[in-house]
Design a protein around this ligand. Structure first.
Ligand SMILES: [Zn+2]
Length: 232
């Protein structure tokens, strides 16, 4: 029953987001595709701060999100983030002192992916996996864009308190990433985490419990009539 409800919710959420994006996507996909040369990707760097190690892949992920072209986003390496590998948040100061349009965001990124008895620098992850991971975080920021400051403060509190709310927020982030053409990368990221022998079991369990499965993402990609995941 819960499974059915969640599935219905996902389908509705995705259809809603997909429909609202369809028009922009069609327009943008003509001009934004084929961005494989590094200098070409630099046009997605306005108002962004990105560590050199992940600059190219972060800019490539940004190339899928035309709505974030002018948005201020700082990608920040952290030694460790409690229970997460990456986290996207509005900058607290800009919640109070900026308008929606000029609000800034940060994406915290663990410097290393911690394994059971080892760790790997984040930039050494397979490219598609990193692209999907960063794309998911950009999906969160896309979800934050039209929310008021008060709504975002409430969002933070509810995310902290309720597993159901976490799942809804994660579905929204994945839905945006899929709608913008990153479906296959999102699946690559999830498969990487769930199938990796050395990723701690606690983290895998959290991902299995609160996030969409690779199969659920695949059904969203299959529902995408334009096959946008192929375009970049
Ligand atoms: Zn997330």
């Amino acid at each position: 029953m819960t499974y059915l409800l969640i599935n219905t919710f996902i389908s509705l959420q995705f259809l809603l987001i997909y429909n609202s994006l369809e028009l922009t996507n069609k327009k943008e996909s003509l001009t934004e595709s084929c961005t494989t040369v590094e200098s070409d990707l630099e046009r997605f760097s306005d108002n962004k701060t990105i560590p050199d190690e992940i600059r190219e892949v972060a800019l490539e992920a940004l190339s899928y999100f035309p709505d974030l072209r002018q948005t201020e986003i700082d990608f920040q390496f952290k030694k460790a983030i409690h229970g997460s590998v990456m986290q996207a948040q509005p900058k607290i100061s800009s919640l109070f002192f900026s308008s929606k349009k000029t609000r800034g965001y940060r994406i915290k990124i663990s410097r290393e992916l911690v394994l059971e008895d080892d760790s790997i620098p984040i930039e050494d992850l397979p490219k598609d996996v990193l692209l999907g991971w960063i794309g998911h975080e950009l999906g969160h920021i896309k979800d934050y864009l039209d929310r008021s400051a008060l709504n975002l403060l409430g969002f933070g509190v509810r995310y902290y308190l309720s597993n159901t709310f976490i799942t809804e927020a994660e579905i929204a982030a994945d839905s945006y990433a899929v709608a913008f053409g990153l479906g296959e990368k999102i699946i690559a990221t999830k498969n990487f985490v769930l199938n990796h022998e050395k990723i701690p079991l606690d983290y895998k369990k959290k991902i299995e419990k609160l996030y969409l499965s690779p199969g659920e993402i695949l059904s969203m990609v299959d529902n995408d009539p334009e096959g946008n995941q192929e375009e970049n």
